[in-house]
Design a protein around this ligand. Structure first.
Ligand code: NAD
Length: 306
């Protein structure tokens, strides 16, 4: 892929641009924001990392959407982040309006692109973008589960003292208090996690994963997380641009998988050059299914506000 656009040159937009450029995943990154100066400043700053990072990616910043023309992938990070004490749903009203305006511009200037939604509430906004564009569902997806799974893996690595490289975690469902971590799919190099961590402690880790974003926001006060979100976005970008076909938890539009339709929610997806090339349906046990359906119900409540 030659060109990637990032809408929203705030913290997550900047971190994503930084990791994508450092990974040499495309030739050009166009940053767009509602303000003209900040995306230009971010682009210039990152451009000056090129020598040390050995990256030839060209970065530009603008408030003019014409600059995204030719992008194969548009990453949407524009929107209000939540403040301490707020849930992701609390920014729904303002961020839907922002998303609608962004999607209009993307349809005008990059009508053949794919859309990766990051702005919160990410599941609802991914659904909204799909409805607004009318595009095929493989072209519209969101980032949530890679970040949530990474958080869980980091806590497990700290708890066990074992290498994070060997840890596999899987977090599905909505990106919020009702996310669905799946301990049954959690292993350390194939050995079930129950071999290393007793149930009560694992439950505490699962709760800390659910609260992972709020914990960082509470500590930083003036910013939500952006480094781990930036690398999570980059993992999706890498699988798409290199056509790696990685199996990653992503927000995808369902059409019968997990017995759900007409909803976007976190599920395991195969990501390749065509975006979400496959949703991998899992045989959930009774508890997992109940948690997943609870997450679906909570998302449908938010979707009803659209
Ligand atoms: P931020 O405030 O640092 O950046 C947001 C940027 O969006 C700002 O630069 C702002 O000027 C811009 N913006 C606002 N309205 C716009 C518009 N109409 N057009 C273009 N740009 C516009 O916030 P952040 O920390 O980068 O977070 C951005 C979003 O990402 C938030 O909604 C946050 O909740 C979400 N987020 C999602 C995840 C995830 O895993 N999905 C993780 C972290 C943050």
């Amino acid at each position: 892929m030659q060109k990637i656009a990032i809408i929203g040159a705030g913290r997550v937009g900047e971190a994503s641009a930084q990791f994508i450029a450092a990974g040499r995943l495309c030739r050009e990154i166009a940053l767009v924001d509602i303000h003209d100066g900040p995306p230009k400043g971010v682009a210039l700053d990152l451009q000056q990392t090129g020598l040390v990072l050995d990256s030839d990616t060209h970065l530009s910043g603008s408030s003019d959407y014409a600059s995204i023309a030719g992008a194969g992938l548009v990453i949407v990070t524009a929107g209000l982040p939540r403040k301490p004490g707020m849930s992701r749903s609390d920014v729904l009203e303002s961020n839907v309006q922002i998303l609608d305006s962004v999607v209009e511009q993307v349809m005008r200037y990059a009508p053949d692109s794919m859309l990766l939604i990051v702005s919160n509430p990410v599941d609802v906004l991914t659904y909204r973008a799909w409805k607004k564009t009318g595009w095929a569902r493989n072209r519209i997806f969101g980032q949530a589960g890679i970040l949530d799974s990474s958080r869980m893996a980091a806590f497990i690595a700290s708890e066990t003292g074992l290498s994070i490289s060997d840890i596999t975690t899987m977090v599905l469902g909505g990106h919020g208090d009702n996310m669905v971590p799946l301990p049954r799919y959690c292993t350390i190099n194939g050995v079930p996690i129950s071999h290393f961590i007793e149930t009560k402690r694992l439950d505490e880790i699962i709760q800390r994963t659910r609260d992972g974003g709020a914990e960082i926001l509470g500590l930083r006060q003036n910013s939500s997380a952006y480094d781990a979100p930036g690398v999570a976005v980059t993992a999706m970008v890498e699988s798409i641009v290199l056509d790696r076909k990685r199996l990653l938890p992503c927000v995808a539009l369902l059409d019968g998988e997990f017995s759900q339709s007409d909803i976007a929610i976190g599920v395991p997806c195969v990501l390749g050059r065509n975006g979400v090339e496959r949703v991998v349906d899992l045989d959930l046990d009774d508890d997992e299914r109940a948690n997943f359906e609870h997450s679906v119900a909570s998302l449908r409540t938010d979707m009803a506000l659209l």
